[in-house]
Design a protein around this ligand. Structure first.
Ligand SMILES: Cc1cc2nc3c(=O)[nH]c(=O)nc-3n(C[C@H](O)[C@H](O)[C@H](O)COP(=O)(O)O)c2cc1C
Length: 343
C-alpha cells in the first residue's frame, strides 16, 4: 500500500487515507459488490451518508457486456457523485474478460475488479467466479490479459479457496501481484462454506495474505459494526475493509466506522433519519423500476432496513399482503409516523 503522508493543503481537502493503484480513497472502507443490492440507488445512498472510500457495482457478466446486452448496459450507469467507483466483471475467457474490462475503462470507471470469489453454482459451472481458484493457470491468464488491456487500476476479489483442503488464496494473491494487479480483496470463507460459518474465525488468513504481498490487501467477511471494521484492520494489518451485508441493514456503517477510525464517537442513525432514507430510496425505486420488480425490491429492502427497528417485524409481515407500490409506500410512511407518535 502507498500510504500518503499528511501534507499541508486546503482545509476542505483532507489527505486521502490510501492510494489504490493511484486512486485516492478518502477512507479504507469499501462497499462490497452485491448482486441485486449495490445498484445506483443504493450506492448513492451510501455515498451521501458518507464515510465510504470506494463503492462497487453489482457484478457484470463479461459475455453479456461484450455482446452488448441492453439490461447489462443499463445496470452500468453511474453518477459522478459516486466516485471513486469500481466495476466488477466475471467470466472465464481471458479475451472476453479483457474486452469487457476495456469497456469498463471506456465507461469511465475508476477501477476494474475481477470476481474470483462467487460460489453460486450458475457461475461456477461456467468456470468463473470461485471456480478459478481451482484453475490457477486460467486465473493467471485472465489477470495478465485484462492487465494488458486496461490502464486503470485492477483489483481481484477472491475467497480462501474451494474448500478447506484446497486453500489457494496465498498462491492466487501472489499470482495477482505478479501479473500487475493493484490490490486484492479476500473474503475469509471458502466457496464450500458459501455464507455459513464464522468468517471472523478465519480473519487470520487475511493477515497471512497481507504479510505475503506488497500490494494493498482488503479484508472481508462478517464486519457487522464500526467496532468490527476497526478490529479487522487492527488484527489483520489489512489496508482496507469491504463491508457487504451489514450495509444493507445499516447504510450508516461506513460513516460510523470512519468516525471510529478517526477517534470520533460513532452516532447511531435516528428513527427520523431511517424513515427519510427508506422513503427516499423507495420513491426512487418506484420511479425507475417496473411495478413488479419495484415491489420485489421494496420488500427485500424493508426486511433489511427495519432490522432492529421497534415493531419492524409487524411491518415486514404487513407488506407481504400489499398489492402495489403506492399502498406499500403508504404503509411504510404510516409505520414510521406511528413509531414517531409513540416515541
Ligand atoms: C446478496 C449478495 C450478493 C453478492 N454479490 C456479489 C457480487 O456480485 N460479487 C462479489 O464479488 N461478491 C458478491 N457478494 C459477496 C459480498 O461481496 C461479500 O464478499 C460477502 O457478503 C461477505 O461480506 P459481508 O460479511 O460483509 O457481507 C454478494 C453477497 C450478497 C449477500
Amino acid at each position: 500500500m502507498t500510504v500518503v503522508a499528511p501534507v499541508a493543503g486546503p482545509a476542505s481537502r483532507p489527505a486521502p487515507a490510501l492510494l489504490l493503484g493511484g486512486v485516492p480513497l478518502a477512507t479504507p472502507l469499501v462497499l462490497a459488490p452485491m448482486a441485486g443490492v449495490t445498484d445506483r440507488d443504493f450506492r448513492l445512498i451510501v455515498r451521501r451518508i458518507g464515510g465510504v472510500g470506494l463503492v462497487t457495482m453489482e457484478f457484470i457478466a463479461s459475455k453479456a457486456l461484450v455482446r452488448g446486452v441492453r439490461k447489462t448496459l443499463d445496470m452500468m450507469h453511474f453518477e459522478a457523485e459516486e466516485r471513486p467507483i469500481s466495476i466488477q466483471i466475471y467470466g472465464s475467457d481471458p479475451d472476453t474478460m479483457a474486452e469487457a474490462a476495456s469497456q469498463v475503462e471506456a465507461l469511465g470507471a475508476d477501477l476494474c475488479d475481477i470476481n474470483m470469489g462467487c460460489p453460486a453454482n450458475k457461475v461456477l459451472k461456467g468456470c468463473a467466479g470461485c471456480a478459478l481458484m481451482g484453475d490457477l493457470d486460467l486465473a493467471r491468464r485472465i489477470v495478465a490479459t485484462v492487465r494488458r488491456a486496461i490502464a486503470i487500476p485492477l483489483t481481484v476479489k477472491f475467497r480462501l479457496g474451494l474448500d478447506a483442503s484446497r486453500l489457494g488464496f496465498l498462491e492466487l494473491g501472489r499470482i495477482c501481484e505478479g501479473e500487475g494487479a493493484d490490490g486484492v480483496a479476500l473474503h475469509a470463507r471458502t466457496a464450500r462454506q458459501m455464507f455459513s460459518g464464522e468468517a471472523r474465525a478465519q480473519w487470520g488468513e487475511i493477515g497471512r495474505l497481507k504479510a505475503a504481498l506488497t500490494i494493498p490487501v482488503f479484508g472481508n467477511g462478517d464486519v457487522r459494526s464500526a467496532e468490527d471494521a476497526r478490529a479487522m484492520l487492527a488484527e489483520t494489518g489489512c489496508d482496507g475493509v469491504l463491508i457487504g451485508r451489514a450495509a444493507t441493514k445499516n447504510p450508516w456503517i461506513f460513516r460510523q466506522s470512519a468516525d471510529l477510525l478517526a477517534g470520533r464517537q460513532p452516532e447511531e442513525a435516528s428513527l427520523l433519519a431511517r424513515r427519510d432514507l427508506i422513503l427516499a430510496h423507495f420513491r426512487r425505486v418506484a420511479e425507475r423500476e417496473e411495478s413488479k420488480w419495484a415491489l420485489h425490491k421494496l420488500r427485500k429492502f424493508t426486511g433489511w432496513y427495519t432490522h432492529g427497528v421497534p415493531h419492524g417485524r409487524e411491518l415486514r409481515q404487513r407488506i407481504n399482503e400489499l398489492p402495489d407500490v403506492p399502498s406499500f409506500l403508504a404503509a411504510v410512511e404510516a409505520f414510521f409516523d406511528q413509531l414517531d407518535a409513540a416515541a
